[in-house]
Design a protein around this ligand. Sequence first.
Ligand SMILES: O=C(O)C1=C[C@@H](OP(=O)(O)O)[C@@H](O)[C@H](O)C1
Ligand SMILES: C=C(OP(=O)(O)O)C(=O)O
Length: 414
Amino acid sequence: MSAIRARVPGSKSLTNRALAIAAMADGVTELDNPLVSDDTTAFADALVALGVSVERQARRWTVTGSGAGPRVRSGRVWCEDAGTAARFLPPMVAAVGGVFDFDGTDQLRARPLHPLIDALRALGATVEPSGDGGGLPFRLVSDGLAGGEVVLASGTSSQYLSGLLMAGPLLSNPLTVVAPDLVSRPYVDMTIAVMARFGVQVTEARPDRFTVDPGRYTRTRYLVEPDASTASYVLAAAAVTGKEVSVDGLGSASPQGDRRFVDVLSQLGATVTADRDRVTVRGPRHLRGGFEVDMGSISDTFMTLAAIAPLADAPIRITGVGHARLKESDRIDAVAQNLVACGVPVRTGPDWIEISPTDPSPALIHCRRDHRIAMSFSVLGLRVSGLLLDDPACVSKTFPGFHDELARLFADGR
Ligand SMILES: O=C(O)C1=C[C@@H](OP(=O)(O)O)[C@@H](O)[C@H](O)C1
Ligand SMILES: C=C(OP(=O)(O)O)C(=O)O
């Protein structure tokens, strides 16, 4: 049996990092295979509103940077639903200077931002939230940032640190960020790797202490690899259907932490083969449970496992995912409520969930406008006929073509 090749679109995290850095680099950066979805479109539109040229063709986005960040010194920055826009763009415009009004959807307004706001204030910017929550919406006023050392509370998101580090070269003095309790560490490693591709180094004196010197990003040509979090759905689908699926371009040297989701699929009994160019998963006859797994550093994929966990032969406990309560939805609660609706025995705690085996019943899945709830339960739907999503279109945050691709890969009779 030869593997079915999944068409997984480009990485959201790599696309938005490359966009941000290209906007600060001098000259023209070509981004090949960018993700085209709500989050990356929002990010690119925000850069355009800041005076950066982003020309968009289907398979290539071309960004023209000024070498010193956005040219515009005032404006409204609409982040829509994108956590990366709300966390990466404020440090960049604070470093350049000006008056900027940031806002996003109600979903994004509800997500934490105060650690980043506190850090920007400590570095000299004025940030005035105008809503109830202390985060978005806010007005940022800055004359540019001098640099120095700042302590950043990083227990709710790694994105604040990524945003500060990427803006680092624009500051007039070295920037040192001390980030205790850092969650989602692989995303910071990804930031450091993309910065290095554009010629800027981050020094790590300790695992929680990062320094960037003033400098300049060098324009480049950047190929965005497939999104590892998105790949989790098609690879988990292979695991539950017993088929063999491969993702080209997601090799063993990928800077995306979520590629390690395949290790979890191995624990379930799937056969995983990987080389520099692709990863392939073949589903087992039966899914094996009876294990505990800390998914704190790959938390975008914990729902992929949780949704299919009832199909395993013994309970599965997922730990370390407390910060997943602060994303597009409270993801522990969203997964638990939907599994319970399918008749699945579930127990939860502040940062864990335990799922016991059962034959799930059909139910209406409440997506809570969370693309990952929709995609995770669609994978379970390959084994449970009659599962319905209340909001299938919410997948457009990261994969507008998700339902078509799942149907293409797993249509009956393949
Ligand atoms: O930096 C990034 O690109 C991301 C970091 C993670 O968020 P947290 O650091 O908030 O966990 C992840 O969940 C998100 O989808 C993308
Ligand atoms: C948490 C996510 O997105 P964001 O970039 O908005 O944080 C996600 O894509 O799962």
